[in-house]
Design a binder for this molecule. Structure first.
Ligand SMILES: [Zn+2]
Length: 154
C-alpha cells in the first residue's frame, strides 16, 4: 500500500504501545514520511481496548478496618492471572496507584484465602492455612493486597 500522505513511501505494518495507557495497537507506518494510519479493523480493536480499560477503571473503594480495600474486576484478574494468595507490588504512579502482580499462587507455599461480602465488598473472613507450623515463634504478621499474609519469626 502506498502512503496516502506523501504518495512516495510504502505503508508497513507496525506494532506499538500507547505508553500513557499501556495499550498495544497495530497500524501502518510510511517508510518515507513516517505517517501512521489505521484501517477500520485496527481502529475498532483499539477502541475496544479503550472501552475495556474504561470499564475496568470503574471501581469502588470499600472500608476494611482502618484501611480501604479495592475490588479488582474479574476481567483484570483473568488478564493478569491474579490469584488469591499471589503477590504484587503497589506503587505510586504519576496518575495514581499502580498494582503489579509479581507471582501467581502456584509459587506460593501457603494458600491463604479470603471471604468477601458480596454486597459491601468487605473482607469478612481470612483463612490462614497451616497456621500451627507458621505461627511457631511468631513475631510479625504482614497483610497485603491482593491477599498475601506473611508470618515471620525473625
Ligand atoms: Zn508517507
Amino acid at each position: 500500500m502506498r502512503c496516502p500522505i506523501c504518495n512516495k513511501g510504502e505503508m508497513k505494518p507496525i506494532k506499538d504501545t500507547i505508553k500513557e495507557d499501556g495499550i498495544e495497537f497495530e497500524a501502518f507506518k510510511c517508510s518515507n514520511c513516517g505517517e501512521e494510519i489505521m484501517d477500520m479493523k485496527q481502529l475498532s480493536n483499539l477502541a475496544n481496548k479503550y472501552r475495556k480499560l474504561r470499564k475496568a477503571k470503574e471501581i469502588v473503594f470499600s472500608k476494611w478496618g482502618n484501611s480501604i480495600a479495592v475490588r479488582i474486576p474479574s476481567e483484570i484478574v483473568e488478564a493478569y492471572k491474579i490469584k488469591s494468595g499471589g503477590q504484587g507490588i503497589l506503587t505510586k504512579d504519576k496518575h495514581g496507584i499502580k498494582i503489579i502482580p509479581t507471582t501467581s499462587h502456584k509459587s506460593n507455599k501457603w494458600k491463604d484465602s479470603e471471604r468477601i461480602d458480596e454486597t459491601t465488598g468487605d473482607v469478612t473472613d481470612i483463612a490462614i492455612m497451616n497456621f500451627r507450623k507458621r505461627t511457631k515463634n511468631l513475631k510479625d504478621i504482614k497483610l497485603s493486597l491482593p491477599i498475601k499474609i506473611e508470618l515471620s519469626s525473625n
